[in-house]
Structures are given as structure tokens and as C-alpha cells.
Design a protein around this ligand. Structure first.
Ligand code: S3P
Length: 436
């Protein structure tokens, strides 16, 4: 794979049907839960990206076997105490915050010392958001906030009460999974975030009670003796389809049908935000699969876009999509305002900072703070300059956002580190070639 990509031409009008790759959150969750089940889980359409393959490597290192067959991955679980690592085993979460934060929860009952490492980007990210509450269960950590760190579990972790204030599904999931390993009832008050874990556990008939209010979910979860194996066919990822949604909205005379996407309402913030900006998007063929909403997304060119003062209630359900939403704001009439978004700077790269930087390179006026950005939109925006995107910690979403900007606004782009897409969406450029 060449190290960089050059884009010198806008995309021509298109009318196509595509399928994007499988949902990353669901892929990682199914692997980790399968590693705790008793018996053989079968997962089809698993996302074969580095983050997900690292999840398979990690469970393998902890003693859980898996096998790839023609139609699915088989994972051979030995139950909630089935990990059997040697002392000082090193596990590598690579680039994945989700894998790093979730795997720690599954180690709170492992009495051997385990070392968790990650790549350059993950080693800059905050782990105290999970180590602080996981300590309450009784687990011990060598370092509070950054990788590398050691964890040592205990025979009888205690249930906890905890208030998760960030709206982080990674933290919420980590606590729910840890609670499964206790003897007793844990109570978690959580700011709204994606709900895949709760839905999966309900499907596995695990007793989890959830009371939903406007801003918070009150979750009660009891430790269990056993988890049944999973049989799961993973739908497409809305976060991957986001790049193609925006590509179509910002292109002339184009239309795209994106098939079989997970449209869990806790993930569809991008659709709600873009519709408010007058984008032409419709969901068709809606159905429910194992408690998750799934549908096809039909999107068309939209030439009457207007700015948005984005309601913060959409923040967590669009958290991975803001970079491409900023591109739509750049082409909308008026000034858009996105606020309370400090979490964006805790992702694979500081994304609020990078969003602003790329808009500056494009010549789009914006004012950025630690947790907000104002974008001065221009419906006639055309780029004529040379733009070089580099040193962005190989954040996959920065790479893909830049490609979409080049294909829709023009200019002459050189975007480094093409291999960054391998973490979440290795087929991104291949699908793009089908559309072009
Ligand atoms: C994820 C949750 C989000 C998201 C990440 C995947 C998950 O992170 O940004 O890409 O699978 O739970 P936070 O929960 O930390 O916001």
C-alpha cells in the first residue's frame, strides 16, 4: 500500500448501492463476551480490521481459542473464569480504546499480573476513566492513567455503585462487564451513550435492569455464573457509512443506498444532525435484529444546506462522526456551533483541534476552544490550494475525512499514512473506487 494518497479532482456524479464493513463496537463486544461464555460462539460478518483482530489476539493470549471458518468465526469460551494466562503476560490493544478499556474489566478476577500496552496514540489516552472505578471492584493497577499498565485481579471482586458522568460507552461497558464477575448487585448511573452492551446482555437473558430518564440510564446488574454462547451476524457500521453519507450530500447530482446498517438510536446522531441541516437522508427497510435496529440508508445530494446550533443531546450519539459533520457545516449557509465536545480531544487524536486545523487549511473560517467550534459556512466553497495532511497520529477518521473533503471541495490534497484506515475500515478506498 503506498504511504500517501493524492486527490486532485472532485468526484463525478454517481448513483450506486454499497455495503460498508461491519460495526466495530459490536465486533469487539461479541468477541469479548464470547470469550466469557461457556461453549462455542459463532460470529458472522465480523469486521476484519486491526482493532478487531487485536481483540482476537488478546483473548488468544489469555487462553481462549478461536478459528475462522468460511462463514464465521468460532470462539471457544470456557466461562467467566476461563482465562488462563501466565504471570506477566503482555496484551496489546493496538490503537483501540474500546479494546483496551473493555479488556481490563474482564481481568478483574484474574490473579496473575497482566500488562496492557498499546500503540503511540493509545498510549497518550486516558485510562483513569476505567481504572478508578475498576479499583472499586478490588482490582489493583500499577498506573492510574496511561499505558503501559499492569492489572492484578482478585478472587472475589465486590459489586459497586458508580456514577458515569462522561457519557462514555467504553466506561459504562467496562463496568457492566466487570459487574458480571461479582457476587451481588452493581448499580451504575450512566450519562447516555451507545447501548449495544445492554442490548446484547438482554439477548443473552442476563438479568440487567435499566431505567431510562432523559439524560441518564440507571442500570442494575447482578453477577452471573454463566453466559451462553453468542450467535451473531454483525450489521454494517454507521460510523463507516458516515463518510459516504457526507460524500453524497456534498457531491452534485448523486445518490447512494447504503445497505444493512446498525441504526440503534444511540448511534444515529449524525442522521438527526444532518437532517436538521436540510440534508436529504432517509432510512428504509427498517428491521430489528437481536434487539438492534438495522436499516438501509438512502442519501442524495443536498444543495440547500443550512447551519446548525447543534443541540448537545446529540453529542454522544454522533461522537465519532463530528469530523465529517464539520465538512457539511463548511458548506452550509450561516454559522454552525458545536459545543460541550471536550471528549473529542480524547479520541485517537485530539479531533476538535484537528477538525479546526483541517478547516483552516481549507480556508474555512472557524473559532475553536477546548470544547467547542464555530464554523463559518459558505455554500459556494471551492478549494484551489494545495493541502498536505500529515503527523495526525494515524487517526483513521482524520484520513477518511480528508479524502472526502478533497473529493467534494476540490484542491490538490496529499494525505499521508494511508494504512491508518486498517484500524476500522480497511475496505474504505476499495468501496470508494467502486463509486468513482
Ligand atoms: C465506543 C464508544 C465511543 C466511541 C468509540 C467506540 C464503543 O467512545 O468513540 O469509537 O464501542 O463503546 P466513548 O465511549 O469513550 O465515548
Amino acid at each position: 500500500m503506498p504511504k500517501y494518497i493524492c486527490i486532485d479532482e472532485k468526484i463525478s456524479p454517481f448513483n450506486k448501492t454499497i455495503q460498508v464493513s461491519a460495526d466495530k463496537s459490536l465486533s469487539i463486544r461479541t468477541i469479548l463476551l464470547a470469550s466469557q461464555a461457556v461453549g462455542t460462539s459463532k460470529i458472522s460478518n465480523l469486521l476484519e480490521s486491526e482493532d478487531v483482530l487485536n481483540a482476537l489476539k488478546v483473548i488468544k493470549k489469555l487462553g481462549i481459542d478461536y478459528k475462522k471458518t468460511k462463514d464465521f468465526y468460532k470462539i471457544y469460551g470456557f466461562g467467566l473464569n476461563g482465562f488462563d494466562p501466565k504471570n506477566n503476560t503482555v496484551i496489546n490493544a493496538g490503537n483501540s480504546g474500546t479494546l483496551g478499556r473493555l479488556i481490563l474489566s474482564l481481568l478483574i478476577k484474574t490473579k496473575k499480573k497482566i500488562k496492557l500496552i498499546g500503540d503511540k496514540s493509545l498510549s497518550k489516552r486516558d485510562f483513569s476513566r476505567v481504572t478508578i472505578p475498576l479499583k472499586k471492584f478490588g482490582a489493583k493497577f500499577s498506573s492510574n492513567s496511561k499505558l503501559p499498565l499492569y492489572i492484578k485481579g482478585l478472587k472475589n471482586p465486590k459489586p459497586i455503585n458508580y456514577f458515569e458522568k462522561k457519557g462514555s460507552a467504553q466506561v459504562k461497558t467496562s463496568l457492566i462487564m466487570a459487574a458480571l464477575k461479582t457476587k451481588g448487585l452493581s448499580k451504575i448511573k450512566a450519562k447516555k451513550s451507545r447501548t449495544h452492551t445492554e442490548i446484547m446482555l438482554k439477548n443473552l437473558k442476563i438479568p440487567i435492569k435499566i431505567k431510562k430518564t432523559k439524560n441518564f440510564d440507571y442500570i442494575q446488574i447482578r453477577g452471573v455464573n454463566k453466559i451462553s454462547p453468542l450467535h451473531y451476524n454483525i450489521p454494517g457500521d454507521i460510523s463507516s457509512s458516515a463518510f459516504f453519507l457526507v460524500l453524497t450530500i456534498l457531491s452534485k447530482n448523486s445518490e447512494l443506498l447504503i445497505k444493512n446498517i446498525n441504526i440503534n438510536p444511540s448511534r444515529t446522531g449524525i442522521i438527526k444532525i444532518l437532517k436538521r441541516m436540510r440534508a436529504n437522508i432517509r432510512i428504509v427497510n427498517k428491521k430489528i435484529y437481536k434487539g438492534e435496529s438495522v436499516g438501509d440508508i438512502l442519501v442524495k445530494s443536498s444543495n440547500n444546506l443550512k447551519s446548525i446550533n447543534c443541540p448537545t443531546k446529540y453529542n454522544t450519539s454522533a461522537i465519532d462522526e463530528f469530523l465529517v459533520i464539520f465538512l457539511v457545516a463548511a458548506k452550509s449557509k450561516g454559522i454552525s456551533y458545536f459545543k460541550n465536545l471536550s471528549e473529542l480531544n480524547h479520541k485517537e487524536s485530539p479531533r476538535l483541534y484537528w477538525g479546526s486545523k483541517i478547516l483552516n487549511l481549507m480556508g474555512v473560517k472557524n473559532i475553536v476552544t477546548n470544547d467547542s467550534i464555530k464554523i463559518y459556512g459558505n455554500p459556494n466553497l471551492k478549494i484551489k490550494r494545495k493541502i498536505h495532511i500529515k503527523n495526525y497520529l494515524k487517526d483513521h477518521r482524520i484520513f477518511m475525512m480528508s479524502v472526502i473533503a478533497g473529493l467534494t471541495f476540490g484542491g490538490s490534497w496529499k494525505i499521508n499514512d494511508q494504512d491508518s484506515i486498517k484500524t476500522s475500515f480497511p475496505s474504505f478506498l476499495k468501496i470508494l473506487r467502486k463509486i468513482r
